[in-house]
Design a protein around this ligand. Structure first.
Ligand SMILES: Cc1cc2nc3c(=O)[nH]c(=O)nc-3n(C[C@H](O)[C@H](O)[C@H](O)COP(=O)(O)O)c2cc1C
Length: 154
């Protein structure tokens, strides 16, 4: 075992395969989206999920003031969307967002989508953990997931 530093922390965590999500909020009619793989299931009853966003993210203020959000689980065909929403100025005009029940912006063609209410925000280290209650959801059995492992897409 070795002492932890930023480099071996990143490398070691990259050995944990994850799916990829794009989380979206809408404030004053403008959509903000971020590529996030810190998404996970939290509670069955009530149904809750969580993810964390870096507190230096260009979108942290927009996510902090939102009440609802969409979590869009990308399919293997949506690598471009992952790259797009990992940038600080993602292009939005290539996406025909669908409006959710609470005016959230849902990305079409995903393997699954969740519409959530943000019920808690917890500061930990250099990230903010968003605790979200699921309001509505859908999934597609025919699509395959986009997987992130070893800093590469599969
Ligand atoms: C595969 C992948 C997963 C990511 N997961 C997260 C995450 O869980 N939390 C986070 O804050 N940023 C995550 N990022 C980084 C953000 O998408 C974004 O690049 C970063 O916040 C810097 O841009 P910004 O300052 O515009 O937010 C991830 C990026 C990639 C490519």
């Amino acid at each position: 075992m070795k002492k932890v530093n930023i480099n071996n922390f990143k490398k070691t965590l990259s050995k944990f395969p994850t799916g990829i999500t794009v989380v979206c909020v809408k404030n004053n009619n403008k959509i903000y989206g971020k590529t996030v793989n810190s998404f996970n299931s939290l509670s069955l009853n009530p149904p809750m999920v969580l993810f964390s966003l870096g507190n230096r993210s260009s979108s942290i203020n927009q996510f902090s003031k939102a009440k609802f959000l969409s979590i869009n689980i990308l399919s293997s065909k949506q690598k471009k969307l992952s790259d797009n929403f990992a940038s600080s100025e993602p292009k939005l005009n290539m996406i025909n967002f669908i409006e959710g029940k609470n005016k959230t912006s849902i990305i079409p063609g995903c393997i699954a989508n969740l519409e959530c209410k943000i019920i808690d925000k917890i500061k930990k280290g250099d990230h903010l953990i968003f605790v979200c209650k699921i309001i509505e959801l859908q999934s597609d059995d025919k699509l395959k997931p986009l997987i992130y492992f070893n800093s590469k897409y599969f």
